[in-house]
Every structure is written in C-alpha cells, then in structure tokens.
Design a protein around this ligand. Structure first.
Ligand code: SF4
Ligand code: SF4
Length: 369
C-alpha cells in the first residue's frame, strides 16, 4: 500500500510563508495524531556544526514546537553527540552550538536537550529485528520520549549518499557507541600523493590512529574505529573511505536498523518533516557547506520515514544541477547524489529500511493546494 507524502513547494506560489506552509502540511499529514495531551515530545533536529549554514532554519522548527504545545504536550529539541570531535561532540559544546546556530529558547520556544548526555554515554539498549543487528543503543532522551517529530534537512552525504529521515533516526538518535557500531566498516586510507602534511586529520582523530611518521599521514587499521572524522577534516581529498570493504552499503543497512530502534516502543507516535532547501552535497556535520546541488524544492511531511526520503530523493534526482555547484554538469534525471558521491549507492538505505519493515518506498504525493 502506498504511503502519503504531503508536499509544499519552496516557490512563493501562494503568497504565504514557508513556515505557514509547514503548518498546513503538518496538519494534513496528521502529525498531530502522534501526540497526546501530557506527552513528552522529542523534536529530533540537527543544529548544524558551527561554520555550516545549511541546516534547517530554527524558525521552521518553531512551527513544530508550537504545534506540540497547542496539543497540550511538552516539546523539547534534541540531538545526540557526534562520534567525531568538533562543536557537537559532548553535551556542553553541543548545547553551546545549538544556541550559536539559533536553536535557543528565545527563537524556538523549547529547550534543547542533548539526547545522550554530557559524554555521549546515556543510552537505552533497544532490541531490534534487524538482519545485521539485534539491538540498538538509542540515546536516552529519544528512547524515553512518549512521541517524536523528526525534522530532517534533506541533503547529500559522503557515506550514505543522502541524509534524510532515515539517517536522522538511525545515526542521529544513536549514542556515540551506537554511531561507532554503525561506522565499524569504514576504515579510510590515505593517498600519500595528495597529503600536504597539514596534520588536521592527526589532530582530529579520536582514536590516535593516525601517525605523521615520515611527514605524511598514515592510518593504523588496528586502531581506527571507523568514525570517518579524518575524511571530513582533510581538505585535500587525501583521505577517502575504503570502498573495497563494502563499507557504505553496510553503514546504510546498520543505519536503517538503528532507525528501527529509534522508533521502537513509541506505538507509531512518530512523524516526519523533511526540509529540502539549501540541498548541499554533504552533511550538516561538516564545518562548511558547499553551494546547493539543486535549487530549493520545498518541505514534506509524512508518517512514513522511507516514503518521505524516497519522495525527496526522487525530486532531487529530477531537478537540474545548479551552475557552479558540484552538480553543475548533471542534467535533469541524472542522479545528483551519485554525481557527487560516486562510490555510494544511496538506494541501499531505502531498500533495506523497507525490507526490515521501517516503511514503504511506494508513495503518493499530496501537494498543498
Ligand atoms: S588532513 Fe589530509 S592533507 Fe592534512 S595531513 Fe591529513 S591526510 Fe594529509
Ligand atoms: S583514522 Fe579512523 S578513527 Fe581516526 S579519524 Fe579516521 S576514521 Fe576516525
């Protein structure tokens, strides 16, 4: 059976703001039905790494906050700490980054609570019926919330091809150890001919797996925990994931299985908002964001995380590449994510999520009229 995805265009086609459009398609998708009076409601966000400006604007998140309050429930914004070091790697810096990027109470109307606590250890072990995994380590504030609205920025991603609702659930709701489990196959390699010995990767590696002996970076596979941080921090393309080990596929499959863990126990009280604007080629976890690869598309809402991601990915593929972007040579119907992340088959996360019962790739779009 098809899942319904509600869509509001980013075009100023109705003389109403994007926030008002979100309000309307929130109601039309029945997201309010996920929430009962008195519920503690997690609004899962990604506040953006400091320096990155592509994340979902906090003014749109406030629309969801207001809906939850109007339903007589208590909302809180939440995200789990990152595996890599940076502006969101522990509860203290994460909370500070949230405020710096505009996710303070004065803007959103809800507190930001780091889901897995000060050091990323606060988690609940959730049994799951996955193919690769039988349990998921879900950040406590997510696991203990009565209901959840998942607000995701839809954009590209270096290891998963794209990031949307499934990634926001699977990777975004996992505690740090859970993130490491999902990344465990990603053991990057250094291309010595491209290494300029800047030591950025060496300073960033949380496992001390990188040596600068001989002047060039080299990675010890035995020490590497596969977090991928060095890939993000190397600006010279000298460190790439080891595509020979099937890493991207398994990462996506584990991510989908962790998404099952994130929604477990909520009795279907989870709704999804995908914001497909500022569609950067890479994730909001990077310290910079590149030029969008396609123009702004709009906002979608659904009760199905697989359907909403499938619908978004189909719209991105169908759009024209933006001149001057990483997709400037990609034409209409060319795969924009594949054009940027050549080694990644992003369809894996959708197919696996569907196979394990997270949702359906079969969807119908209801446009805001
Ligand atoms: S960040 Fe890249 S260029 Fe700099 S030392 Fe590491 S591998 Fe070499
Ligand atoms: S070498 Fe391994 S552990 Fe160190 S940053 Fe890179 S992926 Fe992470």
């Amino acid at each position: 059976m098809s899942s319904t995805v509600h869509f509001a265009s980013a075009r100023d086609d109705k003389g109403i703001s994007l926030a008002e459009k979100l309000s309307r398609i929130y109601d039309r998708a029945g997201l309010g039905g996920c929430i009962a009076r008195g519920d503690l409601v997690a609004i899962k966000v990604h506040v953006g790494e400091p320096g990155n400006l592509a994340f979902v604007p906090p003014q749109l998140v406030k629309v969801v906050v207001d809906k939850v309050i109007a339903a007589g429930a208590t909302p809180f914004l939440t995200d789990a700490n990152t595996l890599y070091t940076g502006g969101r790697s522990n509860g203290a810096v994460h909370a500070r980054s949230a405020v710096l990027n505009g996710f303070g109470y004065a803007v959103t109307g809800a507190p930001f609570i780091v889901a897995d606590g000060l050091t990323g250890h606060d988690s609940v072990t959730v049994p799951i019926e996955g193919v690769l995994l039988k349990e998921a380590l879900i950040a406590s504030a997510v696991a203990r919330a009565d209901a959840m609205i998942v607000v995701s920025h839809f954009k590209g991603h270096g290891l998963a091809g794209f990031g949307g609702a499934i990634k926001n659930l699977g990777m975004g709701c996992a505690c740090r150890k859970g993130k490491q489990i999902q990344h465990s196959d990603v053991k990057p390699r250094v291309r010595a001919d491209r290494c300029i010995s800047c030591r950025r990767c060496y300073r960033a590696c949380p496992a001390s797996a990188i040596s600068m002996a001989g002047g060039k970076a080299s990675i010890s596979p035995d020490s590497c925990i596969g977090c991928g941080e060095c890939v993000v921090w190397c600006r010279n393309g000298a460190i790439r994931p080891n595509w020979d080990e099937g890493a991207p596929g398994n990462l996506q499959r584990r991510m989908a299985e962790y998404a099952l863990g994130a929604v477990a126990g909520k009795g279907g009280k989870v709704g999804y908002v995908n914001v497909a604007i500022r569609i950067s080629p890479d994730c909001d976890c990077g310290p910079v964001n590149d030029v969008p690869v396609v123009g702004d598309i709009g906002i979608m809402t659904s009760l199905d995380p697989v359907a909403i991601d499938r619908a978004c990915s189909d719209m991105v593929v169908a759009a024209s590449g933006v001149p001057g972007s990483a997709c400037q040579h990609a034409g209409q119907s060319d795969d924009k994510f594949k054009a940027v992340h050549k080694h990644v088959d992003w369809s894996v996360q959708l197919a696996h999520a569907e196979a394990i019962g997270l949702g359906s790739q079969d969807y119908v779009v209801e446009k805001l009229s």
